[in-house]
Design a protein around this ligand. Structure first.
Ligand code: SER
Length: 272
């Protein structure tokens, strides 16, 4: 599949499942002083998550242009060091605004990955939030992956850095569950295809989809401290890196070899 076909497959899968196809917003956020550039698909829905705005749909799907070159989500320092980081990329996402929650988000993800994209299950790893003083462990997400058919030893707990998502210092946030893909040559070898590589060094596994369970709003108090309050309705915000899933499905090893980016590299090379 070409990158364009992968994008379309994602959008049309969620459209068939009751999601409104919404256009990417511009890269400059409207009315949001907390962000310089749009850094995630959920930005244009921030006020919907917070309950300040309603739309005539409760489910949406987008392919959002994003820049991560500063601020809370800064990939600039990783570009060129890993095979998978870019400062400008497209994020595929499905969203629920107080409609479905963890169970259906995980069911949709499972069906899309295995039945539509036909990803091999023995290359997939799943992570969930292990909990801390502020937010409890998301064992519900762990149990749902196992119920869908994931092997229990491939569903791993991680801390705040990997499994709790917020777009900026303040705003809607929540625990998340991520899916990583083993990129190595021998998925049947438990030494090579091991838990060590998940969120580990290098590109042996790459994280390509993040399912955030939006449950909280983080706000800053007058004394500079932060508080967490519950959102009006539990919601879902997911983000799949289009260039990363294309790397996986085109059996190449870096984003730059996909048909999305290779022509740009070749063009620059021809000028050089
Ligand atoms: N907001 C989450 C992220 O950017 C999921 O879309 O990873």
């Amino acid at each position: 599949m070409t990158g364009d076909e992968i994008r379309e497959k994602f959008l049309s899968y969620f459209e068939r499942n009751g999601h409104k196809r919404v256009h990417s917003s511009p890269l400059l956020p409207a009315n949001d002083p907390t962000l310089l550039f749009v850094n995630a698909g959920m930005n244009q829905f921030k006020d919907v998550f917070l309950g300040n705005e309603t739309r005539d749909y409760k489910r949406a799907v987008t392919a959002q242009k994003c820049i991560r070159a500063g601020g809370k989500h800064n990939d600039l320092d990783e570009v060129g060091k890993t095979a998978r980081h870019q400062t400008f990329f497209e994020m595929l996402g499905n969203f629920s605004f107080g409609d479905y929650f963890k169970e259906d988000a995980i069911k949709f993800a499972w069906e899309l990955m295995l039945d539509e994209f036909k990803l091999p299950l023995d290359r997939l790893w799943f992570t969930y939030f292990e909990g801390d003083d502020e937010v409890p462990a998301d064992t519900e997400a762990r149990d749902l992956w196992i119920k869908m058919g994931a092997a229990p030893d491939r569903v791993l707990p991680f801390g705040r850095k990997d499994n709790f998502w917020q777009m900026a210092d303040v705003g809607p946030c929540g625990p998340n569950t991520e899916i990583s893909y083993y990129m190595g040559d021998d998925p049947g070898d438990p030494e090579k295809n091991s838990a060590y590589w998940v969120n580990g060094p290098g590109d042996t596994t790459i994280e390509f989809w993040n399912l955030v369970f939006m449950q909280y709003n983080r706000t800053q108090n007058d004394d500079g401290s932060f508080s967490l309050t519950h959102l009006p309705a539990p919601s879902v915000d997911t983000g799949m890196g289009l260039e990363r899933i294309t790397t996986i499905m085109q059996h190449v090893t870096t984003n730059y070899e996909t048909d999305l980016l290779r022509p740009l590299v070749e063009f620059a090379a021809s000028l050089a």
